[in-house]
Design a binder for this molecule. Structure first.
Ligand code: SF4
Length: 373
């Protein structure tokens, strides 16, 4: 019986040349994520899914660790085709090791023997055909860290674009200039998880703050729609000082970037902090708004965060989109994506009209049967 690592090693292709640099006779540098690992022949990078064999860097390809259809609000994107179905796929592995990860079964599959995720063989054509059949408007690389599996995402996104679908990354943002340039032609929407504004906290998670901030600045300068999420963890990143600095930074890049502050619940190896309360979320959201952010949302405790689930015009405060959790209750934007009351252009990627909602709850596609590896 092959190990998971052996199974995944076979599911690879040669990495994109844009993401590889030769350092010397024995080592390659991978530029798929901010670690920029120097990898000797026979070794793998920090993520354990990209490796050097005989002077060639290999990258994951040809399988999924999971597929699910989510409302786009779950990713979360609140300013991109509200109500759309987001066909979401993930592979295995991550470049960080957050102790509170809510996707740890897939992200930590190669590090933690308790994370038992079964990869299934598939192709871009099969996934995109299924997304189209289900009425999805967006195809999303998510669940594991998509940067480390960028080649696979780009292959699927090329197929998705040809089928008239949009594409998205749900990512920790630990990118490099090279990988962003590689992704830029193929990614429409990008969610960055800004986990903290303290480099020491990032180091506890296995990363650094600066590459994430650079990614946010770079994405804002590209034609990619960006939204940012912060999971508010009591005692870890929820001090007023840290939220003040974090939201001031986002507002300094652009006050139009939507910022979602979401509630922590005990998960994986982080069981000490209490769960985030609605009051904590609202307090952080209000601080973000005071710091100049125009579109602030308090997530995943529906019905208990007041108006912070809804979108209002930043100019006249007219209600534009009313939500209850992932469900769209009202949609009032004009066909041009403007406020119907004062005419202010609302930043985002909007349809000419609300196109309804196939599902306000996630579901696993029933017909998609893939061969387990
Ligand atoms: S994706 Fe990141 S962690 Fe993985 S090998 Fe490349 S630089 Fe290292």
């Amino acid at each position: 019986m092959p190990t998971l690592a052996e199974v995944l090693e076979a599911q690879t292709i040669e990495a994109a040349p844009e993401l590889v640099e030769s350092i010397d006779r024995n080592r390659l540098r991978c530029h798929a994520c901010g670690h920029a690992c120097p990898i000797p022949d026979g070794a793998s990078g920090v993520c354990r899914v990209r490796f050097n064999r005989g002077g060639i860097l290999y990258a994951p390809y040809g399988y999924v660790g999971g597929v699910q259809c989510d409302p786009v609000e779950k990713k979360p994107f609140f300013h991109a085709h509200p109500g759309a179905l987001a066909f979401s796929f993930g592979m295995l592995g991550c470049d960080l090791h957050c102790s509170y990860c809510q996707n740890w079964v897939t992200s930590q599959a190669l590090r933690d023997p308790q994370a038992v995720a079964l990869p299934k063989e598939t192709s871009p054509a099969v996934l995109v055909a299924e997304a189209s059949r289900l009425g999805a408007r967006i195809v999303v690389s998510t669940y594991n860290e998509p940067l480390i599996t960028s080649e696979w995402a780009v292959a699927i996104f090329k197929e998705a674009r040809a089928a008239g679908l949009m594409t998205a990354f749900v990512s920790n943002g630990n990118a490099t200039p090279r990988v962003l340039a590689y992704l830029r032609p193929w990614v429409d929407l990008y969610k960055v998880d800004l986990k903290s504004f303290d480099d020491r906290h990032y180091r506890q998670l296995g990363g650094r703050l600066e590459p994430i901030l650079s990614t946010i600045r770079a994405l804002h300068g590209m034609d990619i729609w960006l939204e940012i999420v912060t999971l508010l963890i009591p005692g870890f990143n929820d001090s007023a000082d840290e939220i003040d600095r974090l939201t001031s930074f986002v507002a300094s890049v652009s006050p139009d970037i939507p910022w979602h502050v979401t509630a922590f619940h005990k998960d994986y190896r982080m069981n000490d902090p209490d769960n985030t309360t609605p009051e904590m979320l609202v307090s952080a959201a209000e601080l973000g708004r005071r710091n100049g952010l125009r579109y602030v949302y308090a997530g995943n405790i529906p019905g208990r965060v007041g108006d912070f689930e809804n979108t209002r015009c930043h100019q006249c405060r007219a209600l534009l989109i009313e939500r209850d959790g992932y469900q769209i209750l009202q949609y009032r934007l004009t066909p041009a994506g403007s406020c119907p009351k004062c005419g202010t252009r609302i930043p985002g990627r909007w349809s000419s009209a609300f196109e309804g909602q196939i599902s306000a709850a996630p579901f696993v596609p029933a017909i998609l049967r893939l061969r387990q590896l």
